[in-house]
Design a protein around this ligand. Structure first.
Ligand SMILES: NC(=O)c1ccc[n+]([C@@H]2O[C@H](COP(=O)([O-])OP(=O)(O)OC[C@H]3O[C@@H](n4cnc5c(N)ncnc54)[C@H](O)[C@@H]3O)[C@@H](O)[C@H]2O)c1
Length: 336
C-alpha cells in the first residue's frame, strides 16, 4: 500500500540502519512503491563484537536485504569522516535515520551516547546543509515508567541510557525547531514494534515473535508474573506508514508512533493460541529492577499533523505476521 502520491522520481533516499528491522522494511517499501527513487541503505552490519551481556554490538544482517536492488553501503555512522565524504558525493533528499544501538540493556553509556546522539547530530548537520529532510527514530524509551498515556512533552523521564540518548536527540531537535519551526526534521517515537525482518534482533526481538517461537518449539512460554504488563504494540506496516507520511510534514516535530492502545502479554498469548492451539504458560519472577509496566502512545498529534491512521490492532497484526513466523520457525528450527 502506497501512502503518498509523490512518485519520488530521481530522489535520493538514504536509510541508515537499513540492514536492521525497521530500516529494511522502509527500503522494501520504497523499492516496491517508488521504483523511480534512488534508495541507499547504509549499515555497519554485524561482526563478532559483543557487549558484556553477550548480545551483538550491531544487529544488521544481510538476509534482511535479500531481494533489495538499490545501493548498499557498509559503513559505521561513528566514522564521521566517511559520512562527510558520502554526503559530498551524494545529495540526499530524504534521510531515514534508523542506525542506533537499539538494545535497551546496553550499560556502556559512552558508546550509546556517541552512536545514538552525537553522531545523529553530525548526520543531521550534513542533511541540513544539503537542504534534505531528516526523519529519525526516537523511542518510547524516552518516557521511562511515566504514567500512560504517553504524551509528547510530558513525563519524559528515561530509565536507561538508551532512552536518555533518544531524549537527547529530541531535545537537540527541539532547540533547532524553536528558532526554525519549519525545519524539516521529524522525530518518530516508536513504541513496541513487531513484524517481518526482526528475527535477527534475537533476544531484543518483539515478544510476539519470541513467544510464538517458544510456543512452537517448547509447547510452553514464560512470562513475567502475571502477564498483565501493558505495552503499545505497533505493527511494522503502521511504522512504515508514519515514516512515509512524515516526508510530507508541513513542519518539524516529534511524534509518537504506536497503535494508540495498550495491550498486555496475556493478550498476545491468547492470539498466538488462536493460531497454534493450546500450550502451557509459566509465570516467573521478574528479575529486572527497571521494567516498563504500562506504555500507551497518545497518537492524537500524529493523526492531526501527519494524517497517520494505524490499520492494525494487535490481533490483526499477529494474524498478518503469523505466516512469516511459521516460515521463520521452519527455516531456523535448528537454532532453537
Ligand atoms: N524496534 C522497536 O521496537 C523500536 C522501538 C523504539 C525505537 N526503535 C528505534 O528504531 C531504530 C531501528 O530499530 P530496529 O528495531 O530496526 O533495530 P535494529 O537493531 O534491527 O536496526 C538498527 C540497525 O542499525 C545498525 N547500526 C547500529 N549501529 C550502527 C552504526 N554505528 N553505524 C551503522 N549502522 C549501525 C545495526 O546494524 C542495525 O542494522 C533504532 O534507532 C531503534 O532505537 C525501535
Amino acid at each position: 500500500m502506497r501512502y503518498i502520491n509523490n512518485e519520488l522520481e530521481g530522489k535520493n533516499i538514504l536509510i541508515t540502519g537499513g540492514a536492521g528491522f525497521i530500516g529494511s522494511a522502509l527500503a522494501f517499501y520504497f523499492q516496491e512503491n517508488h521504483p523511480k527513487a534512488n534508495i541507499y541503505v547504509l549499515d555497519c552490519f554485524r561482526n563478532d563484537e559483543t557487549f558484556p551481556s553477550g548480545n551483538l554490538k550491531s544487529l544488521g544482517h544481510f538476509k534482511n536485504l535479500m531481494g533489495f536492488k538499490g545501493h548498499t553501503i557498509c559503513e559505521n555512522i561513528n566514522n564521521t569522516q566517511a559520512m562527510s565524504r558520502l554526503f559530498e558525493k551524494i545529495k540526499f533528499d530524504y534521510v531515514f535515520h534508523q542506525a542506533a544501538i537499539s538494545d535497551t540493556t546496553v550499560l556502556n553509556q559512552e558508546i550509546v551516547m556517541q552512536t545514538n546522539h552525537d553522531n545523529f547530530l553530525h548526520l543531521l548537520e550534513l542533511t541540513q546543509k544539503q537542504g534534505g529532510v531528516m526523519i529519525y527514530a526516537s523511542s518510547a524509551g524516552t518516557y521511562g515508567n511515566s504514567p500512560a498515556p504517553n504524551r509528547i512533552g510530558e513525563g519524559e523521564v528515561p530509565e536507561n541510557v538508551y532512552g536518555f540518548s533518544k531524549l537527547c536527540m529530541d531535545e537537540s531537535v527541539r532547540s533547532i525547531l524553536k528558532s526554525n519551526p519549519q525545519a524539516p526534521i521529524i522525530g518518530m517515537r516508536f513504541f513496541n514494534v513487531y513484524g517481518a525482518r526482526e528475527f535477527y534482533k534475537s533476544k531484543t526481538a518483539s515478544m510476539i515473535l519470541q513467544l510464538s517461537l517458544q510456543a512452537m518449539h517448547n509447547k510452553k512460554v514464560r512470562l513475567f508474573k502475571y502477564g498483565e504488563q501493558k505495552r503499545d504494540f505497533v505493527y511494522i506496516e503502521d511504522v512504515v506508514q508514519a515514516n512515509v507520511l512524515a516526508m510530507e510534514a508541513k513542519k518539524g516535530g516529534i511524534y509518537n508512533v504506536g497503535s494508540g492502545k495498550a495491550r498486555c502479554f496475556n493478550d498476545i498469548v491468547e492470539r498466538i493460541k488462536h493460531h497454534l492451539g493450546e500450550f502451557e504458560v509459566e509465570y516467573i519472577d521478574n528479575p529486572y529492577t527497571f521494567y516498563q509496566n504500562h506504555t500507551e502512545a497518545d497518537i492524537s498529534l500524529t493523526i492531526k499533523d501527519l494524517g497517520y491512521s494505524p490499520r492494525f490492532e494487535l490481533e490483526q497484526g499477529i494474524d498478518d505476521y503469523m505466516p512469516e513466523i511459521r516460515a521463520i520457525y521452519a527455516r531456523e528450527k535448528k537454532c532453537f
